[in-house]
Design a protein around this ligand. Sequence first.
Ligand code: FAD
Ligand code: EPU
Length: 330
Amino acid sequence: MPGLRSYHSFHLSSSCDSLFVFEDVAQLQTALDNTSHYYLLGEGSNTLFTEDFTGTVLVNRIKGISTNVTETAVSLQVGAGENWHELVTFALKQGYHGLENLALIPGSVGACPIQNIGAYGVEVANFIESVDYIDLATFTQKRIAHDQCQFGYRDSIFKHTLAGKVVITQVNFKLPKNYKPVTTYGELAVLNQPNAQDIYNEVIRVRRKKLPDPAVLGNAGSFFKNPVIGLEQYQKLLSTHAEMPAYKVDKHHMKIPAAWLIDKLGFKGKTVGEVRCHPTQPLVLTNLGHASGEQVIQLARQIIDSVEQQFAITLEPEVRLVAKHGLITL
Ligand code: FAD
Ligand code: EPU
């Protein structure tokens, strides 16, 4: 039974019946022909294997980057198995700007459109022109254009209509040449006329300060999404929690930092067995070394229940939890 500890960033000691790494579409087809029950994995930085998985884990390592430079933009066609941060670094070195706010986000390029990765004022959707995938019903190659991807906050069509029905093989990016640095996010606003390299450096510095390194302390980044609530509920909460931070989403909705809700309830540093709510960023749960899936679920449920009771807000996990037979919900 292949171990999955090194295949996901939370490093739980789970296993699977078999594991297959594919580097091209032909190898993917062979793997699919030989399994009926599988879980598709990139770099496992948003996935926790909470139990031994009774199926095949298919690991995507389709590589390759090609570029096409025009007068106004740079197009990048990138294999889904490329590493995201290496792509950001490659683009910056070539003088192709825009992705630097997303530096140091772990994971594969193929997973980036799925939850529309975002950080420091930028979402990857801004740069995705189209996504190529294998339609698993017919095993044919298809392309979906940006406008059809239904990108939202940590969301896309790949989490809904196309969930479980496709394997993303390539992501096609367009980086306009009229680059303007994005410094709207708190920590970046202090930079004085930064260029792309300055933003890249600062994002890496801040991320290293705030977030635990999964190579040292297993984790999957933010465990929950930041909840979006209606204006009415927001105003009601403000009457009892005047200091509650919030960001405007649109005329009718506000986004509340889940870290603040969890912090307020005193969860920072709280442990269940070997799972800990991170002391400096409570939205992150960490594996102190020998955590079990059960302990993760126990602490996550305690947090969800407390936030629900105190604030009438239901936190939704950002991470994917894979148990014995596949994906589970909390
Ligand atoms: P996996 O965990 O391997 O897979 C995630 C999901 O995508 C699974 O459902 C899987 O089945 C599916 N999938 C993977 N590859 C494919 C494919 N080729 N085709 C179809 N489906 C596929 N995220 C952010 O948005 N912003 C952040 O700032 C951020 N910071 C993080 C910091 C840390 C320390 C960590 C550990 C994680 C962070 N994340 C962040 C979450 C994570 O980096 C992203 O979700 C990333 O895109 C996951 O990539 P992956 O390849 O590891 O995905
Ligand atoms: N806060 C507290 N106590 C704390 C820490 C934070 O109250 O101990 C509050 C503060 O009000 C702070 C706010 O939470 O201003 C936001 O914190 P932070 O800037 O660290 O961002 P976040 O909302 O916790 C989000 C993303 C991160 C992304 C950062 C930077 C989600 C779920 N998370 O975190 O993404 O890197 O912003 O843009 O949207 C991930 O998705 O895995 C991830 C790490």
